[in-house]
Ligand binder design. Structure first.
Ligand code: TXA
Ligand code: MG
Length: 355
């Protein structure tokens, strides 16, 4: 299959925006797959109500069929189409955070096929804020299932080129709408139990949600830093975001200690003929020897969105530079940092060294 790329950054294409969306909507209505940017990461869009379309999605990504998809909507009418018995508590969060990077687990309606939910009676629903994604849903007149548009186990895509590298020849089209704003996937919150539980941290943070619903908790696996065998969110048990290089996360409450220990580990590995990468921050950049190591600046520690926007791209850049060992800095666990560290620790396979 030839994967068409629609580049919205090219001036002549901007004039054709409506035509591009119409063409992509037709592809999806006919059962095909289109990757598009969202405010979090690129999503691989399909008709969420069609078992065949959803099966294509799993095949293209190489995704295990017991890992359910998020259904994306463009209105509250569409919410009622796919989910039922939406609790008042969920509506309070929707009022505050939708459209945006927050996904709710809710009881599903009959129109949502079990292929989409991996046989669960619940469905994950998100009302995104990205204009291209919203316009695509509207043009399709359908709720769209959209997992991250990467090959399963690879880093999530934050640029169209990442999607192309993973999925060219396997999907019908890619809309190139530039880099994603947040760079990590949406917060997932389970609203089907007695109290809300955050299953995946994102840029709608635990702290923000607790201000509205103080009874909210975080799934224990997110705090314990380890893989779990029977997680509430099926996707959490799979190997994730893994680049071909080995990543080590260096944690400490003291930034000088982190930087000092990374230097010690890097020297040792360098002397063992490893090709070393360091994921640094603006504040620590000057302390690493960039003549010996591939030092990549994730961004300013005071600007967590800058760091998250660069994170998944940094993994792919390390691969392209044939790095064998990567040392990454702890950036803390509060607010947005929880989401970033969650992705980093998963990518490392939980190789966390605490000093
Ligand atoms: O930001 C995002 O959420 C992106 C963009 C494209 O919207 N999408 C995304 O989808 O990250 P995906 O498939 O990569 O991650 C979906 C996560 C998985 O961990 C999955 O297990 C969980 O949501 N999930 C989906 N349905 C669920 C359900 N019914 N119950 C529990 N977890 C569910
Ligand atoms: Mg994913």
């Amino acid at each position: 299959m030839l994967t068409k790329v629609f580049d919205l950054n090219k001036p002549n294409n901007i004039l054709d925006y409506d035509d591009i969306l119409k063409e992509c909507a037709t592809i999806i209505q006919n059962g095909g797959l289109v990757a598009t940017p969202t405010e979090t990461v690129y999503g691989l869009c399909a008709n969420a109500l069609s078992p065949d379309s959803v099966k294509h999605t799993y095949n293209a990504k190489g995704r295990p069929s017991d890992n359910p998809l998020i259904v994306h909507i463009d209105s509250y009418e569409m919410l009622d189409l796919v989910a039922k018995n939406v609790p008042e508590s969920a509506k309070m969060l929707m009022d505050k955070f939708w459209p945006g990077p927050l996904t709710f687990i809710l009881p599903k309606t009959e129109v949502v096929p079990f292929e989409t939910t991996a046989n669960l009676e619940t469905v994950a629903v998100r009302y995104p804020s990205n204009k291209i994604m919203l316009d695509l849903i509207t043009a399709c007149e359908l709720p769209l299932s959209a997992p991250s548009a990467n090959t399963s186990t690879r880093p999530s895509p934050t640029k169209a080129s990442h999607v192309f590298d993973d999925l060219q020849g396997k999907i019908d089209a890619i809309i190139d709408g530039g880099d994603c704003d947040f760079g990590v996937e949406s917060t997932v919150i389970d609203m089907t139990g007695a109290n809300p539980i955050i299953l995946r941290p994102g840029f709608v943070t635990y702290e923000m949600i607790k201000e509205i619903l103080p009874e909210t908790s975080i799934d224990s696996s997110l705090i314990e830093n380890k893989e779990i065998s029977s997680p509430k969110s099926p996707g959490m048990k799979y190997k994730h975001y893994a680049p071909t290089c080995d990543i080590f996360v260096i944690t400490s409450t003291n930034i000088n200690n982190i930087q000092k220990n990374i230097n010690l580990l890097a020297v040792e590995a360098f002397n063992n003929n490893e090709k070393i990468g360091i994921l640094a921050t603006t504040q620590t950049l000057e302390f690493y020897d960039s003549s010996k190591y591939f030092v990549y600046n994730l961004g300013d520690r005071e600007n967590l969105q800058e760091i998250s926007r660069n994170l998944f791209n940094s993994f792919r850049i390390m691969e392209q530079n044939n790095i064998t060992k990567v040392f990454a800095e702890d950036i803390g666990n509060e607010n947005e940092a929880l989401a970033i560290m969650n992705r980093l620790k998963k990518a490392s396979g939980y190789k966390i060294l605490n000093f």
